[in-house]
Write a protein that binds this ligand. Structure first.
Ligand SMILES: Nc1ncnc2c1ncn2[C@@H]1O[C@H](COP(=O)(O)OP(=O)(O)OP(=O)(O)O)[C@@H](O)[C@H]1O
Ligand SMILES: [Mg+2]
Length: 222
């Protein structure tokens, strides 16, 4: 594991820490959310910028990969993509390349240093992210990805300013809403929740991320 990867991912650097344990608890809660039908595709979003969406997603992806199941993390934040940076990878090609049908999935999905975990970076940033994410081609991409991994986590921009996450939420088995304690505004959280309900997205739960204080509070309630 490179220093860079380890330093940004607590689940890699300190797998026995309480924070890593909290991510495992979150994983378990998602696994048992529906007993009838496994939750395969999960959107991770939040109301506002910097709430900790990408950090949550990357650590959760590592934690799912620990179980030996095939995990794919997809960067659908086509405005401020960051997933590739957690794993020291490039985002020169990725999701947008795929949607434009310029490459095949095998060309753009990349292995990480974490066993069982692959990522699909954003690719070059488009002028019209919401349109791209809402397109029929995107639906086909999601269908293809479903055949490639047991668990697929999708990163996204914040919900308040742009519609990207709501558009995606409607296509997922479930949505996790990250709330940064003491930072995310209460009415922004309510608005994000309402936007998700409007598109009939299934909110699996809220992840509390405490960025400001000791960074050790990751909790989950259904
Ligand atoms: N629990 C935490 N403890 C300490 N720092 C954190 C924690 N969660 C996130 N951060 C830091 O907060 C910043 C924002 O985190 P992150 O990029 O995960 O948020 P985001 O919601 O994905 O942001 P964006 O809206 O830009 O996509 C980063 O610098 C990250 O390292
Ligand atoms: Mg992010």
């Amino acid at each position: 594991m490179t220093v860079d990867t380890a330093s940004r991912l607590v689940t890699v650097a300190q797998p026995r820490s309480p924070v890593s344990e909290a991510y495992r608890q979150l994983r378990t809660n998602i696994q048992f959310y529906s007993l009838d039908r496994a939750v395969q595709t999960v959107l991770v979003t939040s109301a506002s910028p910097d709430d900790g969406k990408s950090t949550t997603l990357a650590n959760l992806a590592v934690t799912f990969a620990e179980t030996g199941r095939g995990v794919l993390a997809v960067d659908c934040d086509l405005r401020r993509p960051s997933l590739h940076t957690f794993f020291g990878l490039s985002n020169d090609v990725g999701l947008t390349t795929l949607i434009r049908e310029e490459r095949t999935v095998a060309d753009v999905v990349v292995d990480t240093e974490v066993p069982n975990l692959r990522i699909l970076p954003s690719g070059p940033l488009p002028p019209n992210p919401a349109e791209l994410l809402g397109s029929q081609r995107m639906e086909r991409v999601i269908e293809t990805l479903r055949g490639m991994a047991d668990v697929i986590l999708f990163d996204s921009p914040p919900m308040i300013a742009v519609t990207d996450a709501a558009v995606l939420g409607a296509k997922m088995d479930g949505v996790l809403l990250v709330v940064s304690v003491n930072k995310t505004k209460r009415d922004h959280v309510s608005r994000a929740k309402r936007l998700l309900e409007k598109v009939n997205a299934k909110v699996l739960g809220v992840v509390l991320n405490n960025v400001k204080f000791d960074g050790s509070l990751y909790r989950y309630y259904g």
